[in-house]
Design a protein around this ligand. Structure first.
Ligand SMILES: [Zn+2]
Length: 290
């Protein structure tokens, strides 16, 4: 079923676990995510980015997730979330289309501008009873030039600013930059260390606001559990879903090289996504919480 994010996060807070926020790109990845959630009775956030909306169209991708949530995942809670909404108009359009959660990410801008635009989106979402996520600090993408263990202070979330940001914007959840990075690079050259001291300080400054860990592909179970203990309630996985799907698709095309029915070729990629999501749900502690 399609639900609001609030109750899911409140329950996760009480139970000290995190909800997986998994990126969907199409029908097949949505099916893989939903089937894992059903199998493990876990709440899930199915999120789409602006680039997926360009690829699939807003209405088609909304209807795919909505319909699967209402039919295939009828007994587990599913949130449809906009990941990294870069423009206020994206936020408005997604809420209008039926999303049950949004993110406004203007973390490229200077602090005051970030606060101003984030607040606009938050106010718009709250008027329509939707929760909004903001980002402070910059979760960078494919940081080839950053050496392992190197800290770029200017890209990290400043704990004191985080307190001010939450108060100034009214965000319901906050995406933090504590060494986590987006993209494929870390899967090749090693996942960066998370700055837990910074995470602890951020949590002290923002109080009850649940924290969101982006770029969590490849991060090990021990590190994930520590982040959850320090207040992370939503964990985003994108890159590993892309890898699981495309690797299985390549193998499937070789294995069934004479097959011309796309449905036959797609079955194993769907299963690969399902298996990955099951692994993540167990790691995040949300199995049986739906
Ligand atoms: Zn992200």
């Amino acid at each position: 079923m399609l639900v609001h994010l609030k109750k899911l996060v409140q329950k996760a807070e009480k139970g000290n676990y995190a909800i997986g926020a998994f990126n969907s790109f199409n029908l097949e990845t949505t099916l893989g995510i939903a089937r894992a959630a059903v199998k493990l009775k876990a709440p899930v956030i199915i999120q789409v980015s602006e680039t997926t909306i360009v690829y699939a169209g807003l209405k088609p991708i909304t209807h795919i997730v909505e319909t699967i949530a209402k039919n295939e995942a009828v007994h587990v809670p599913v949130v449809l979330h906009l990941d990294h909404g870069k423009k206020f108009s994206s936020v408005a359009e997604c809420i209008e289309a039926g999303f049950t959660s949004i993110m406004i990410d203007v973390s490229d801008l200077a602090f005051d501008e970030n606060v101003k635009i984030t607040k606009m989106a938050v106010d718009y979402a709250h008027k329509r009873d939707i929760w909004a996520q903001g980002e402070l600090g910059k979760v960078i993408r494919d940081a080839k030039d950053i050496k392992k263990g190197e800290v770029r202070e200017e890209t990290m979330t400043n704990p004191k600013e985080a307190g001010k940001f939450v108060k100034g914007t009214g965000v319901d959840t906050l995406a933090v930059a504590i060494g986590n990075v987006h993209g494929i690079e870390k899967m090749i050259n090693g996942v960066p260390q998370l700055d837990y001291k910074r995470l602890e300080e951020i949590k002290l400054q923002v109080g009850k606001i649940p924290l969101v860990l982006h770029g969590a592909s490849g991060i090990g179970e021990k590190e994930i559990k520590k982040a959850i203990d320090l207040g992370v309630r939503i964990i985003n996985i994108d890159t590993e879903i892309r890898l699981a799907f495309t690797d299985a698709l390549r193998q499937s095309l070789i294995k069934y090289k004479s097959e011309i029915d796309p449905r036959e070729i797609m079955e194993e990629p769907i299963q690969a996504v399902e298996a990955l999501i099951e692994k993540k749900i167990k790691m995040f502690g949300s199995e049986g919480k739906g």
